[in-house]
Design a binder for this molecule. Sequence first.
Ligand code: ZN
Length: 883
Amino acid sequence: MDKGSPKAILLKDYVAPAWWIDTVDLSFDLHEGETIVTARLGIRRNHEVPRGPLVLDGQELELLSVAVGSRPLGPDDYACTPDHLTLNDLPDDGAVVEMVTRIHPESNTALEGLYKSSGNYCTQCEAEGFRKITYFQDRPDVMATYRVRVEANRQAYPVLLSNGNLVDQGDAADGRHWALWEDPWPKPCYLFALVAGKLVHIEDRYRTRSGRDVALRIYVEPGNEDKCGHAMESLIKSMRWDEEAYGLEYDLDIFNIVAVGDFNMGAMENKSLNIFNTKYILARPDTATDTDFLGIETVVAHEYFHNWTGNRVTCRDWFQLSLKEGLTVFRDQQFSADMNSAPVKRIQDVTRLRQVQFAEDAGPTAHPVRPESYIEINNFYTPTVYEKGAEVLRMYHTLLGAAGYRRGIDLYFARHDGQAVTTDDFLAAMRDANPDRAVDWDQFRRWYAQAGTPAVSGEGTYDAPSRTYRLTLRQTLAPTPGQPDKRPMLIPVSMGLVGPDGRDLPLKLAGEDEAVTGTRVLALREAEQDFTFTGVAASPVPSLFRGFSAPVKLSFDYTDADLTFLMAHDSDPFNRWEAGQTLAARLLLGLVADRAAGHDMIVPASFVDAIGQTLSRAGEDPAFTALALTLPSENYLGQLMGVIDVDGIHAARELVRGTIGRSHRASLLATYHGNAGQGAFSVSPEAIGRRAVKNAALAYLMAAGDGEGRALALAQYRTATGMTDVIAALALIADSDMPERADALSAFAAKWRQEPLVMDKWFMIQATSARPETLAEVRALLSHPGFNIRNPNKVYALIGAFTGNAVAFHAAGGAGYEFLADRVIELNRLNPQVASRMAKAFARWRNYDAERQAAAKVALERVAHTPDLSRDVYEIVSRSLEG
Ligand code: ZN
């Protein structure tokens, strides 16, 4: 960064604005080559703060005129810098400020503000994109009603959309037409949206429980109409679920979704005009995998749920981002758990949390759920704000119970509907709605303030004569950047004691009158705390953090036999899975250590047997079995090591996979065939579960390394009609040296070259192969006609997937790092948000050996010295080099 380092924004500097903007009247004149935006802002003094000028934010705007009321201003009447337009001496009783600006959507590659995707206009304003459309107080505590006129050529842009209700439309001169939209609900500008394009739509209706008829429309590019059905079903399910689970109803007569191919994130909750990445709308069984179908259900729900958690009640400032995101992720997790299998969903969510959020919490970009400072807010749409934020919500739910949680939610909306508030306001509502609950809320608040993943350790002792079981738990929280000293957290420990017969024992803490059987929640509040259970009939195995009741790392002194016992008997399905994962991680890390010490790696028969037990129960719950058969990922295993042994982890994991494949050939084949070909295609949880376990079996058979698995994979690839099975087989083939590999890959590309989302999968499976040729192939794919570095989905599929490929990205010699630095530098000019997401892959470079560290540092420094480095990339790279 040459022009001095960019400045950090601090939470403690928050002040309310000197002026409110109550009404916004926008007029867009869309022309090829330029767009003219006229904005009329109805402003009013905020008498609660000292008088000051009206300071409007702007970025890359060409100001054509300014007027206050009917009086045009001359250049001496205002101050205009590249980032601000400042107006002094405005009348105390308010005014209408009118500004005309010129912008250039067609050359906007950052995909923020107004831009074009496949020739259609669309917007993305969160977090601070509205300032690229017109001058405005671009902050979420400024809420206004909007009236928006859009005018464009009728033929090229037949569809003209904005927020709220369509109130008028008509023709204009020169083959143009216009539409006028009005949104009655006051909103912050980050929820503004506009779409103009050649789009088609599917339509449905929903009647709310109080009788409002809502028109539901999903707009897509022509040719994609037949891929919208699942998204529409998901929307209707979400609307019903929010009424039933939260008592929240939709509040307008129209709800529109538009899917665009160029989008930085998953989707955006603009009021009544959600804009989605096509990845989270378009699905047909032959083009989308089960993961895609489930992702669509979750993201459609997430954006719909924002209508209350985010839109009706919004954030005071961007430090409060988790107020809406953590809460809305928790809501979409609850919804998806209700629609599918709750334990399977929980296991998937925790796997993701550990993989990405725990990694973030352990590195140089670690930050609290409610950060205290940022340079670029776009860098804070993180797993910590989203996924750890959702865990905080889940902990309220665990501590207060479903009814207490709901009372808190109801009070939150009763108090704050229509307001821009803070996470403290949310906590206060939860607290005040539950006065009889003995929760130390000041201690609970540390979940928002302290970064890092708490480590919980402990042990238990059973005393047979007194029939007591003493459970000792300890917690520590390591320093994170800017937070050297930490205080103990309030950690909800949902737990049970499993008796020798495999059943939950009654739980009675010393001093209590009555026992509860099953699960109870302990509050771990001290650095070290004892819990003494009385009346314990026999020596139990404790089952701790059932359902993963807190986002912590647990190390408890279980024997391998204890873990095998919990795998078989724990009444909590999450902990049955967890016991297997703990055992597998223990074993794999042991093998890595053996290899590092120059010893042979020998897979213990007991572990292979345990997997055999899991396989033998595959018929009872296929989806769960698929998860239980999956070994901890290489990236997760890396987190458990001080210095990550990239090659050792890969070698150990492959050895175990091959051993399982060879040892259990017969039952794997039985599982494969027993779950293949189940009649008509369906995305029911049962059908998805059968495909998952079948493909898990196929992967093991392939890992066995002989002809049988290969033949099965090839046959599946050639005959399957659903994309889940096609991709599962092709991924295995692409990760092998089978002679059919090249033909299979090129046949797939020839078939699907017109379907960008399907091609993303093709890029991804090549980028995630552990073959030594992968980096060279990824480089070559950059010039494939289907690749385009300006399209975020392509970047995530090829470059992002490659950075998640541990053996390839972290290969000795540093070629992977060099490759990534080149891409980040290239993306920095085009799309800073995407560049910075890619740059985050460097963050944990200090956890590798000296040689790799040296190579990563060279790459990072090269990025740091790039001219015109965006704030986005600067913040990530400078933190990584400091941390
Ligand atoms: Zn969200």
